[in-house]
Design a protein around this ligand. Structure first.
Ligand code: ATP
Ligand code: MG
Ligand code: MG
Length: 141
C-alpha cells in the first residue's frame, strides 16, 4: 500500500477537526485518505462489560458505519478528487490505527473524542496511539 494519511473518527467535533486536517494534508501530499473507526470496547469500559458482547452489538456496527459514511460524504464535498478509503474494524481505536499505519504514513486524531472527562488534556486514544505509532501522529485541537 502506498503512503496514506489515516484519520480516526468517532462522531465527535474533535474528530471532525482531525478529519478536515487530514483531508487537507492528504490532498497536499497527493496521497490516499484512510478514514477508520474502531468498534472495540474502549479501555475505560473494560471493567464493566465483556468485550465480545460489546463488539457483537448491531447498534455499535451501525453507528460506526454511519460515522464513516458521514465522514466520507463531507470529505467528498470539500475534496471531490481525493482518493478515500473507509475502514470499519472490530478492534478498539488505538489497535485499528496502529494496525493500519506504516512508517511512511501519517495518523491524525482529535485531542479528545466523545468521552466526557474534560479534565483530561488528551483522550486515551490520542495518548496510546501517539505513544505506540510507527509514524508521526498529529493531534488536532
Ligand atoms: P476517552 O475515550 O479516553 O474517554 P475521549 O473520547 O475524550 O476520551 P479519545 O477517544 O482519545 O478521547 O478521542 C481522541 C480522538 O481519537 C478522536 O477525536 C478521534 O480522532 C479518535 N478516536 C476516538 N475513538 C475512536 C474510534 N472508536 N475509532 C477511531 N478513532 C477514534
Ligand atoms: Mg473516546
Ligand atoms: Mg477522555
Amino acid at each position: 500500500r502506498p503512503t496514506a494519511v489515516i484519520v480516526g473518527v468517532d462522531g465527535s467535533a474533535h474528530a471532525r477537526a482531525a478529519l478536515f486536517w487530514a483531508a487537507d494534508d492528504a490532498a497536499r501530499r497527493g496521497v490516499q485518505l484512510r478514514i477508520v473507526h474502531g468498534m472495540g470496547m474502549p479501555l475505560v469500559m473494560a471493567a464493566y462489560a465483556p468485550p465480545e458482547r460489546y463488539t457483537a452489538s448491531e447498534e455499535v456496527r451501525e453507528a460506526g458505519q454511519r460515522v464513516l459514511a458521514e465522514s466520507a460524504a463531507s470529505v467528498a464535498e470539500s475534496h471531490p478528487d481525493l482518493p478515500v478509503a473507509v475502514v470499519l474494524a472490530p478492534e478498539n481505536a488505538p489497535a485499528v490505527l496502529l494496525n493500519e499505519a506504516r512508517g511512511h504514513d501519517v495518523i491524525a486524531v482529535g485531542t479528545r473524542g466523545l468521552g466526557s472527562v474534560r479534565a483530561l488534556v488528551h483522550g486515551s486514544v490520542s495518548v496510546r496511539t501517539s505513544a505506540e505509532a510507527p509514524c508521526p501522529v498529529v493531534v488536532v485541537p
